[in-house]
Design a protein around this ligand. Structure first.
Ligand code: TXA
Ligand code: MG
Length: 328
């Protein structure tokens, strides 16, 4: 039975055994579900790329049970990595550091750097510790979705993406809902490669210096491709006024468009338009974002009009995901 129950210790052990045996296993983290394979098994890691349809040069994040296990993959451990890991691990933060030669080559997409994360989710923690006991040095795991698509925040989403054959450790809904922040620590001054659940200001406060923007020398992150995180329907970002005007203009014609509206403000609902209100609280909004996009898809929407998010720092990670969804 490919769905394993995270509340059952025997199932968690079976999940760890699957990883140890070189199988793929999807598991929950505090951000999104990951599609995991042991990081030291290049053949197992290749199966991740194949399942996702992801180009082989796009590196994966290696997940570790604790900082010590993570550090084994690093050639150097810069001061910035130490500061950030101490402040935020276990947690929704990925650090890019120089890779120890010969380790996790396929997982790192052959690059000289490696992305490392110690997740905080109790199920991920239990799984990674159990896998460690079985000799697994770390688990390479991208988000459990096909390349370019919306990440999975529930076990059922993972099944939608990969079918019923894949083993999934079901730990319910991921609390965070968007992916980890990624900080490149390979250069003298750390750079934010991908905004995420941890706000930039929180990271900068711990570091004591501002994070740089990535440049040509920065390691590449596929999550930073212009078009990514996309549902099947076309996503368009609009101001609340643009939304009102467009709905007014459409009037009763709206029903022929298979249109969904995901707004922050209460709008007069138009007939035939599926309307969903986004929570005011950024954490609650992030928690439901990808599930909401998937639900619009599932109900057959062809267009999703999303109200632009506030320009304030705590919305940065979500603004980033929605911009990329709209660029697809
Ligand atoms: O929250 C998360 O980070 C989730 C959970 C499962 O941990 N994982 C996730 O993985 O979002 P993925 O593969 O969907 O996104 C990871 C991003 C990719 O854009 C990848 O290119 C980048 O991290 N990345 C990984 N290793 C890297 C490296 N060595 N250099 C540059 N970018 C790297
Ligand atoms: Mg992803």
């Amino acid at each position: 039975m490919p769905l394993l129950d995270a509340a059952d210790p025997l199932d968690v052990r079976a999940a760890a055994q699957a990883l140890a045996a070189g199988e793929l296993l999807a598991f929950p983290t505090e951000t999104v579900y990951g599609l995991g394979a042991r990081a030291d098994d290049d053949a197992a890691v290749q199966r991740i790329y194949a399942a996702k349809g992801r180009p082989a040069a796009h590196p994966l994040i290696v997940h570790a049970a604790d900082m010590e296990q993570a550090q084994r993959f690093a050639l150097q451990w810069p001061a910035a990595a130490q500061t950030l890991a101490k402040a935020f691990w276990p947690g929704p933060l990925t650090l890019i550091v120089t890779r120890a030669p010969g380790l996790a080559q396929a997982a790192a997409g052959d690059q000289g750097s490696i992305g490392l994360r110690v997740p905080a989710h109790p199920v991920a923690q239990a799984l990674l510790h159990e896998a460690q006991r079985l000799g697994v040095p770390g688990v390479a795991a991208p988000s459990a979705n096909r390349f370019g698509r919306v990440s999975a925040t529930r076990a059922a989403h993972v099944v939608q993406e990969f079918g019923p054959e894949l083993k999934v450790l079901d730990g319910g809904e991921c609390p965070g809902g968007i992916e980890s922040a990624i900080v490149d620590c390979t250069a003298a001054q750390p750079a934010l490669l991908r905004p995420g659940l941890l706000p930039r200001a929180t990271l900068e406060a711990a570091l004591g210096v501002p994070l740089r923007e990535p440049d040509e020398q920065s390691p590449r992150a596929s999550g930073s491709l212009k078009a990514h995180y996309a549902p099947t329907a076309r996503v368009r970002l609009m101001s609340s006024q643009q939304l009102r005007d467009a709905l007014d203009v459409l009037g009763p014609q709206a029903s022929s468009l298979r249109l969904a509206v995901y707004s922050r403000s209460r709008l007069r609902s138009a007939r035939g338009v599926e309307h969903r209100l986004m929570p005011d609280d950024p954490a609650a909004a992030a928690h439901e974002l990808f599930a909401a996009l998937r639900e619009f898809d599932a109900r057959g929407a062809q267009l999703i009009w999303v109200e632009e998010l506030p320009d304030s720092p705590e919305w940065e990670g979500m603004r980033d995901r929605l911009m990329r969804a709209a660029a697809a």
